[in-house]
Design a protein around this ligand. Structure first.
Ligand code: DC
Length: 235
């Protein structure tokens, strides 16, 4: 297992983590773990079955039995997330689900319930793992750890644009307040808080466009895995 390459990309929402990870996974033909989707799908399941977001025992039971599936499309360019065989890819992206996910993510029982299922994504030829604690807790052995950050304002604007494009009706001021609240909870929780791993490379994306971030990330990937990705074109 230790020779399976892993790249972790952690950071708060709105830093462009998801896009970078999907691009990397597509380019390298590696597996992709969207760990936030686990928390979001569990939150959706709790909300729809009426389980309280503070009932850590019931949430643990739900987490260990979560009937979630990640189904890549035929081109391998997108992944449908299914709960009990029903596609929930769009539903879990709402701010309501994001906030509920952040609330249930504070419980060690919930985090432990999802741990082995996240680790099962580590398979050859390699894994790109997107989340909050990928480099610190889930894959501490990862050979490359990246931590993306950006100002709260830049992240709120990006998230606003993203949600609008996905067809959600959003209010920028409310969204900024919700993001601040979610950041605070993710940063302050006692288990697996959102912090960069000691050896993580921190990239601030506030004033950097996506192509530049992509180039910085690719340079790190090449340096860390010269034999695996040495043949890839520069861009
Ligand atoms: O990355 P995201 O916005 O989809 O994550 C939603 C919430 O899930 C996030 O606010 C906190 C929680 N989460 C977590 O605690 N640990 C992870 N590895 C990923 C997400």
């Amino acid at each position: 297992m230790s020779d399976i390459p892993v790249i972790t990309v952690d950071g708060p929402s709105g830093t462009g983590k998801g896009t970078i990870c999907i691009q990397l996974a597509t380019r390298l033909h590696w597996h992709f773990l969207d760990s936030g989707a686990f928390y979001r799908t569990l939150a959706l399941d709790a909300l729809s079955t009426g389980i309280g977001l503070e009932d850590s025992q019931a949430l643990h039971h739900l987490a260990t039995h979560l009937d979630i599936a990640f189904k890549p499309d035929v081109n391998g360019t997108s992944v449908a997330i299914c709960l009990r065989n029903e596609e929930v890819s769009a539903d879990i992206r709402s701010e309501k689900c994001g906030n509920a996910a952040s609330k249930i993510a504070v419980y060690p029982l919930v985090r432990n319930g999802l741990l082995s299922r996240q680790r099962a994504f580590k398979r050859l030829p390699g894994l790109i793992a997107d989340g909050r604690d990928m480099g610190t807790v889930v894959f501490p052995e990862a050979q490359l750890k990246i931590y993306l950050t950006a100002s709260a304002e830049a992240r709120a604007k990006r998230r606003y644009k993203q949600l609008k494009e996905q067809g959600f009706s959003v209010n920028l001021a409310r969204l900024s307040a919700e993001i601040a609240e979610r950041d605070e909870r993710d940063l302050q929780r006692s288990v697996s808080p959102l912090i960069p791993a000691a050896e993580a490379i921190i990239i601030d994306t506030t004033d950097v466009n996506r192509e530049e971030v992509d180039q910085q990330v690719m340079a790190l990937v090449r340096k860390t895995f010269p034999h695996t990705v040495g043949q890839l074109p520069i861009n």
